[in-house]
Design a protein around this ligand. Structure first.
Ligand code: URP
Ligand code: ZN
Ligand code: ZN
Length: 461
């Protein structure tokens, strides 16, 4: 199958030029001007950008959490991702206490295999790492699962102590892997949560009030200090605030290989949403919580100057009905997380490129190229180049859409961005050469997505 994408503006993290792109089978084989050859399909990309498919390195499909499961399956969640121009996700397999790492990996393979619309990889959340299990981390890396998430929060569920973090970082670094940190002082947060509930402060807004920015900053600072002692790189996930960003900036200024991602919810939403009437604030009960507006300009500055390398979504949807409602009388029982995998590219383009906060190359870098490099997928993924997988988005920078639960494709009964109008829409999406989104419609086949056996950690720049 030969497909020619004609007349588009090819944009990568470093390039910006008009060219035609020839795809043969699953791969980009030629990029040139005015290409003319026999093809099976021609796509006219006039007026549009031709960019690499988005890579969302932080999703939770079917995640067991708070007595329920996140509401998107690998099928529904990846179809929604495709609609928004994301062609690869990296989801989190979870090790149960006392469980072998391979068992967790097998369980997540069983959930995803044959179900996804786009390619997918796994990180591994480790909850229990005695010395005897450390070699299993190296085995995971050799299976293409080269990054691990550790939690400083949720005592009794996910939290691991500093010694475990140190040993895991040392082990991962020896084998070229990367530790992703959920950086929050969960022990102090636990005290604040218990105090709030005991005092009858049970509404959703107290979720945010019991998770102060200083708790996130303390976690980030501690994670970085442990990484420095272990001689390991560290990647802070879902960084939400200026206080935590300052720790990353300081580390990077001192030459420490600290990296971080933020998410659209922290760039576009703020904590006034928790003041909505009744239980509505539960829509934004996620961890870290939304912060006050002032933080946003600092996060954009971090993205612009590369103190933040990636925008992921932390897509972890729970329906208001029957799921978020589990915490109707107690915010600590609201399952943490929100939907987002579908609209990341449009939100970041609209909020970043349109107002001139970042340029188009940086846009491509933070939604695709940098995650590909950090998580061992580059240059197969994350760029438009000869030899790369033909994961391509024909992105219309002038088309507009209004985000709404009525029209989105995620399996969740609300939108975190209801009514927001955004400019910049994924018009046509190709996954390894196959068109899967055409004029806004899904035309692919769930099950065509492949497991990504990822390589080792690579510094993005
Ligand atoms: O609220 C969130 N973020 N839920 C998903 C789990 C996590 O910490 O990433
Ligand atoms: Zn987390
Ligand atoms: Zn997460």
């Amino acid at each position: 199958m030969r497909t020619l994408i004609r007349n588009g503006r090819v944009i990568t993290a470093v390039d910006d030029y008009h060219a035609d792109v020839l795809i043969e089978g699953e791969t980009i084989t030629t990029i040139g001007s005015s290409l003319s050859m026999e093809t099976d399909r021609t796509i006219d990309a006039a007026g549009c950008y031709v960019i690499p498919g988005g890579i969302d390195p932080h999703t939770h499909m079917e995640l067991p959490f708070g007595g329920t499961f996140s509401s998107d399956s690998f099928e529904t969640g990846t179809i929604a991702a495709a609609h928004g121009g994301t062609t690869s996700i990296i989801d989190f397999a979870v090790q149960g206490h006392g469980e072998a790492l391979n068992l967790a990996i097998d369980k997540w393979h069983a959930k995803a295999e044959g179900k996804t619309a786009i390619d997918y990889g796994f990180h591994l959340i480790c909850t229990d790492l005695p010395d005897s299990r450390l070699p299993e981390m190296k085995s995971a890396i050799s299976q293409g699962i080269s990054s691990f998430k550790l939690f400083m929060a949720y005592p009794g569920v996910f939290l691991v102590d500093d010694g475990t973090i140190f040993r895991a970082m040392t082990t991962a670094a020896e084998a070229g892997g990367l530790i992703c940190m959920h950086a929050e002082n969960g022990v102090i947060i636990d005290v604040l949560v218990k105090q709030a509930i005991a005092a009858g402060r049970t509404a959703p807004k107290y979720h945010a009030m019991t998770r102060p920015t200083k708790a996130e900053a303390e976690g980030a600072g501690r994670a970085i200090a442990i990484a420095e002692m272990a001689g390991a790189p560290v990647y802070i996930v879902h960084l939400s605030c200026h206080d935590a960003l300052k720790k990353v900036v300081e580390a990077r200024d001192n030459g420490i290989p600290a990296y971080a991602e933020t998410c659209p919810q922290y760039l576009f939403l703020d904590d006034t949403l928790y003041d909505r009437e009744g239980f509505e604030g539960a829509k934004w009960v996620m961890t870290p919580p939304l912060r006050n507006l002032e933080n946003q300009e600092h996060l954009w500055r971090g993205l612009k100057f590369n103190d933040l390398q990636v925008v992921s979504t932390d897509h972890c949807p729970f329906c208001m009905k029957e799921q978020k409602e589990l915490g109707l009388n107690d915010f600590s029982k609201i399952p943490n997380g929100g939907p987002g995998v579908e609209h990341r590219m449009s939100l970041v383009y609209n909020g970043g490129v349109v107002p001139g906060k970042i340029n188009v190359n940086r846009f491509v870098e933070i939604v695709s190229t940098a995650p590909a490099k950090i998580f061992g997928l580059f240059p197969k993924k994350g760029t438009v180049a000869v030899g790369s997988d033909a994961d391509i988005v024909i992105f219309d920078p002038n088309a507009e859409q209004t985000i709404s639960a009525k029209t989105h494709h995620m399996r969740v009964d609300y939108s975190a961005y209801e009514g927001m109008k955004v400019r910049g829409v994924a018009k046509t999406v190709l996954s390894r050469g196959k068109v899967i989104i055409e004029n806004g419609k899904y035309v692919g086949k769930a099950g065509d997505g492949r497991f990504l056996k990822r390589g080792l950690f690579n510094s993005p720049r």
